[in-house]
Design a protein around this ligand. Structure first.
Ligand code: PGA
Length: 251
């Protein structure tokens, strides 16, 4: 049985003061909660604060990006071992904003996945089609291309300790959520892709849905057989809303 995961993606939001309130409220609101794993992926400067506030709680933490390099002259980059210094468990890889705004290719995302995975972080690799790709009927082809790039560099075994997040680009930050059926269809497709390489890895793989997840739609999404939780952007910045999304997972 796969254990569900709800991960918050704060993106470039937060301040020491705001985080203190939010993290404090998550610790309180999720105390004793055990139906799913919970994590927040915070901006890197706040990892020390996050670690200090979440240590000993049942909320894990992670980062939103990582360098493919271990160390060296790469100004502005952050390595996997630096994230581990702050006890990160997860790191987002290839979020659509990284792909669209910073030109991250499928190959670049794959290289980051390998760096994270080899260091012992759990990579959360994000895939998803744009609206025009959906409308032209190439959703599955796009997702297959994004995932095959990682598979060919990392190998299927690396997916036994990784997460895939399906995030249709048209649903991110738009308030327009994929229907549970639309999402389920793509999740099943993703699991099928991995199954072609390794059935056991596919069965154990946690596949998150992301894109305008809210307390109001979380239960119906998470109730689908191949949706193993959510990657939550905007709603993860509101403590009550995020806690309610976590609690939409049925124990
Ligand atoms: P959203 O973002 O929940 O605000 O749509 C999701 C994401 O980008 O991970």
């Amino acid at each position: 049985m796969r254990r569900k995961l709800v991960a918050g993606n704060w993106k470039m939001h937060g301040s020491l003061e705001a985080n203190q309130q939010l993290l404090g409220a998550l610790v309180e609101g999720l105390r004793g909660y055990d139906a799913a794993d919970v994590a927040v992926c915070v901006p890197a400067p706040y990892l020390a604060q996050t670690r200090s506030m979440l240590s000993g709680s049942n909320v894990a933490w992670g980062a939103q990006n990582v360098s493919k390099h271990a160390s060296g002259a790469y100004t502005g980059e952050i390595s996997a071992s630096m994230l581990l210094d702050f006890d990160c468990r997860y790191v987002l890889i290839g979020h659509s904003e990284r792909r669209a705004l910073y030109g991250e290719s499928d190959h670049a995302a794959a290289a980051k996945f390998v760096a994270a995975s080899q260091a012992g972080l759990v990579p959360v690799v994000c895939v998803g089609e744009t609206l025009s790709e959906r409308e032209t009927g190439v959703t599955e082809a796009v997702i297959a291309r994004q995932i095959e790039a990682v598979l060919s560099l990392a190998g299927v075994a690396a997916f036994s300790n990784a997460v895939i997040a399906y995030e249709p680009v048209w649903a991110i930050g738009t308030g327009r959520t994929a229907t549970p059926e639309q999402a389920q269809q793509v999740h099943a497709f993703i699991r099928g892709l991995i199954r072609q390489h390794d059935a056991a890895v596919a069965e154990g793989l946690v596949i998150l849905y992301g894109g305008s997840v809210k307390a109001a739609n979380a239960a119906s999404l998470f109730g689908q057989p191949d949706i193993d939780g959510g990657l939550v952007g905007g709603a993860s910045l509101v403590a009550d809303e995020f806690v309610a999304i976590c609690k939409a997972v049925k124990s």
